[in-house]
Design a protein around this ligand. Structure first.
Ligand SMILES: Cc1cc2nc3c(=O)[nH]c(=O)nc-3n(C[C@H](O)[C@H](O)[C@H](O)COP(=O)(O)OP(=O)(O)OC[C@H]3O[C@@H](n4cnc5c(N)ncnc54)[C@H](O)[C@@H]3O)c2cc1C
Length: 567
């Protein structure tokens, strides 16, 4: 099959989703292809910090300025994806006074609102900070939900006529001499409600212009056309704590280092991270020492972390880019800036540009820059509107808050539902049916689960990332089965069981790295619950061979007489 589009975007992370929205809003005919589901790559495996820019205020002021500008824009256009936690750069006794001063000056030079708090004032904001914390700089860091952000961009792009094709892996670039004019994708089947092409089939998508936004995988796309794109993938671990030990983003006020940020995220706190170069973004070791380092080092800032329970750990790979000739050996020194590589100018190959590097915080600016570039190439004059047009569900924070009383939303559950749904809250929560809580840890009600099922069908992982159900303390132990029950009776029993299995396996994947002490007990409890109450370890319904039901009819079987006649 061959199809044609004006612009083809490769990769469905924050960058690709931002680009497809931007171009579709400018009136172009755009298609996005992603090999997995949206956020399958780095975007679904990051720390969740909406940078104020404070982190880069000493080392990289251009990035810092870009961060504060985008931080302010995202609060406006994506209020329902951002939690205004605020942030602190905390100084311990052994951390340098000079660096503290440089950080403060750097913030001021970059127009990042910054205020110094004494140790006592900082502990008033965050009571669990260590007693010996000397002082802190307060900045407008925030927490951001990458899943909702990407989905909102993709929905808006589709509303503006874009085609979003997930589970479509680019397996080759279509190259004619010195020009790229499309790609060949292989379709796989994806879970959920979207209609996918037949699994195993291939499609050639020709395009007037191709944008490679595949992040850490951009080099692999380049290889398909003999283009050298020097991405330097760098892995980082994040460890999720059982509760929210802090309500503010806590940064260590010292020059670059591992394990120096804690981000409060929904009901949890996420500790991170490391920075270690890897050769293959799909295959790298996930090591225990990395997790231990998170807890040991960050407990110096927040001591109760050492006694708290971790619930899972996960790793992501940064799509860092090093311009040719730089030769940096330390990955922490590679710039966090983003780069637009026009392969016509750079390599003499027309029809495609790549966008690499950057941060989730700057995804919209990256999209704007490359969309300007594409429009330039295609002679389109439309300008960018993404900094002003709110994303679906986020017309304004005020709307969100003013609506709090609409449904008697005073309980934490209702407040959180409302925050997750943004301006769609009335549409989803205004139901005559009973609306019990399905996931107790995250306070997700049936109405939200049903709404997510109506969008994504049997893909319970998509339901999870839309609602957060199964992402809390029990990691799905108590709610996976409740979530799958919500698929019945619309879907048949076999489909519901398969969806439950897939969700539970996905939860288990990240728990493996947290199995010690009380977390091990929790995992065993989950296993026992699922094994004993639902026979998930030996479920007759999933056995292929027929059961010998006749054996049950005979009642208790008499013991076989032993050959030796003994007892
Ligand atoms: C440990 C860690 C912590 C981070 N923390 C933060 C933070 O707190 N704040 C912040 O602002 N930034 C953070 N970042 C950076 C941020 O996550 C990334 O810069 C951003 O998510 C990159 O998005 P992307 O769309 O460019 O890449 P990705 O999200 O990786 O998207 C690329 C997509 O391309 C797809 N793809 C690959 N090959 C193919 C193919 N052949 N065909 C089709 N599709 C393909 C992939 O599946 C993937 O979904 C962090 C990164 C890491 C690793």
């Amino acid at each position: 099959m061959t199809t044609h589009t004006e612009v083809l975007v490769l990769g469905g992370g924050s960058t690709g989703c931002g680009i497809v929205r931007d171009l579709a809003m400018r009136g172009l005919d755009v298609t996005l292809v992603e090999r997995g589901n949206l956020t399958e790559g780095t975007t679904g495996r990051m720390h969740g910090l909406l940078h104020s820019g404070g982190r880069y205020a000493v080392s990289d002021q251009a990035s810092a300025i870009e961060c504060i500008e985008e931080n302010e824009i995202l609060r406006e256009i994506a209020g329902h994806c951002v939690e205004e936690t605020g942030g602190l750069f905390v100084q311990r006794p052994e951390d340098s006074d000079d660096y503290f001063r440089e950080k403060l000056e750097g913030c001021r030079e970059c127009d990042i609102p910054a205020r110094v708090l004494s140790g006592r004032e900082a502990r008033e904001v965050e009571p669990y900070l260590a007693d010996d914390v000397k002082r802190a700089i307060e900045v407008p860091d925030a927490a951001v939900d990458p899943f909702r952000l990407c989905v909102a961009n993709a929905i808006d792009a589709e509303t503006h006529g874009a085609r979003i094709e997930t589970h479509a892996e680019v397996v080759d670039l279509l190259r004619d001499g010195d020009g790229i004019h499309g790609v060949k994708v292989r379709h796989t089947s994806g879970p959920g409600k979207r209609t996918h092409a037949v699994a195993g089939t291939t499609e050639e998508i020709t395009a007037d212009y191709v944008v490679n936004a595949t992040g850490a995988w951009a080099g692999q796309i380049g290889d398909m056309a003999d283009l050298e794109i020097a991405v330097r993938p760098s892995k980082g671990v994040m460890t999720i704590m059982n509760v929210r030990q802090v309500d503010t983003v806590i940064n260590r006020c010292r020059p670059k280092g591992d394990a120096d940020i804690i981000v409060p995220h929904e009901t949890t706190a996420i500790l991170g991270t490391t920075d270690e170069e890897v050769s293959d973004p799909d295959d790298y070791p996930e090591e225990q020492w990395e997790v231990d380092q998170m807890i040991d080092t960050l407990s110096e800032l927040v001591p109760i972390l050492s006694e708290a329970r971790t619930i899972r750990s996960f790793w992501g790979v940064r799509p860092l880019y090093e311009p040719p000739g730089t030769g940096t050996t330390d990955p922490t020194d590679i710039t966090r800036d983003f780069f637009l590589l026009d392969h016509a100018d750079r390599d003499g190959v027309s029809g495609m540009s790549s966008i690499v590097g950057g941060k989730l915080t700057t995804y919209r600016a990256m999209a704007e820059e490359i969309a300007d570039h594409v429009c330039d190439k295609l002679g389109v004059r439309a300008s960018c509107a993404t900094a002003d047009e709110p994303l679906p569900g986020s017309e304004s924070i005020e709307t969100l808050e003013a609506g709090m009383d609409d449904f008697g939303l005073r309980s934490p559950v209702a407040r959180r539902s409302k925050q997750r749904l943004g301006s769609r809250a009335s549409e989803v929560l205004d139901t005559d049916a009973a609306n019990p809580v399905v996931c107790q840890c995250e306070g997700v009600t049936r109405a939200e689960i049903q709404d997510a099922i109506s969008q994504s069908g049997t893909d319970l992982n998509a339901v999870r990332i839309r609602t957060r159900a199964s992402m809390g303390n029990c990691q799905g132990g108590f709610c996976c089965q409740n979530m799958s029950n919500e698929l019945h009776p619309e879907y048949d029993e076999e489909t519901v069981r398969a969806a439950l299995d897939e969700l539970f396996q996905e939860r288990w994947k990240g728990e493996r790295h947290a199995l010690w002490g009380e977390q091990l007990s929790q995992a065993m409890l989950n296993y026992a619950l699922h094994a004993t109450t639902m026979n998930r370890d030996r479920d007759p319904a999933s056995e292929s061979s027929d059961l010998e039901y006749a054996a049950f009819d005979g009642g208790q079987r008499a013991a076989e007489p032993r050959a030796d006649g003994g007892n």
